[in-house]
Ligand binder design. Structure first.
Ligand code: OAD
Length: 225
């Protein structure tokens, strides 16, 4: 299954593309979420990511996250791929989550590209304890490749699933949006959970219209009994 920003919306974490509240409605991703933006103004990029870290740290997983954690024990195998970088699924109890776009709370060395365990100084641009290069948030930016292991494991799971559940994503960003196509071509039943139609809705076997915090607990409850 695949989740997107909508699953955390009821926790108070803003989505990206929704009118008025979406992050990309208020900020230009080209100023904040590209390697070029970081090279141009790393302090600005860090200010924005620290603001997001604080926002997520002050938020709690919601009933939708918790239902998905419970779902894990009700089906023989569940691969949870998330485009979210907020770590909420893990906080709600899901294990082996594939973080397709990285994690907001991790740091990567911008020179060596590897994840670095380093305390994030509260301001300025932190540097790599090994090579002294700038540290950057460990998330995937526009124009960057998905971490190889996450990409491979996600597409392998999609090609081998019976049911593909897509929750709270606009299905506009590839390659994540391509996972549903792979599952469909492999013969899986595909289900979308979203309060609004998406560009892919027509291709799904079924669409459950509603907030994930309401729909997912009902879905899980019906499977449990
Ligand atoms: P979007 O902001 O594009 O889409 C959020 C979706 O969530 C929309 O389809 C909403 O209708 C839906 N939604 C809103 N509230 C919901 C709720 N309570 N329950 C269920 N669904 C709800 O976010 P993503 O599809 O996750 O990438 O965006 C994909 C990627 O684009 C992100 O991972 C990020 C962004 O640029 C990177 O930063 C690399």
């Amino acid at each position: 299954m695949l989740t997107g920003a909508g699953v955390s919306a009821e926790s108070g974490v803003p989505t990206f593309r929704e009118a008025q509240t979406g992050l990309w409605e208020q900020y230009d991703p080209m100023d904040l979420a590209t390697p070029e933006a970081f090279a141009r103004d790393p302090e600005l990029v860090w200010r924005w990511y620290r603001w997001r870290r604080d926002l997520v740290a002050g938020a709690e997983p919601n009933a939708g996250h918790r239902a998905l954690a419970e779902l894990q024990s009700l089906v023989p195998r569940l691969t949870l791929v998330t485009q979210n970088v907020d770590g909420m699924h893990q906080r709600a109890g899901s294990s082996d989550v594939i973080e397709f776009h990285g994690n907001l709370f991790s740091n990567r060395c911008s020179a060596e590209a590897r994840i670095v365990n380093a305390a994030d100084d509260d301001d300025g641009v932190p540097s790599c304890p090994d090579c002294g290069g700038y540290l950057r948030p460990g998330v995937v930016w526009f124009g960057e490749a998905i971490p190889e292991e996450a990409l491979h494991a996600s597409f392998a799971a999609a090609a081998d699933c019976d049911v593909f559940l897509s929750v709270g994503t606009s299905s506009l960003v590839y390659p994540a949006a391509g996972l549903a196509d792979v599952a469909r071509e492999a013969g899986a039943v595909t289900i979308e959970v979203n309060p609004s139609p998406t560009s892919q809705s027509e291709s799904y076997t079924a669409s459950l219209r509603g907030n994930s915090g309401m729909v997912l607990p009902q879905l899980v409850e019906s499977l449990a009994h």
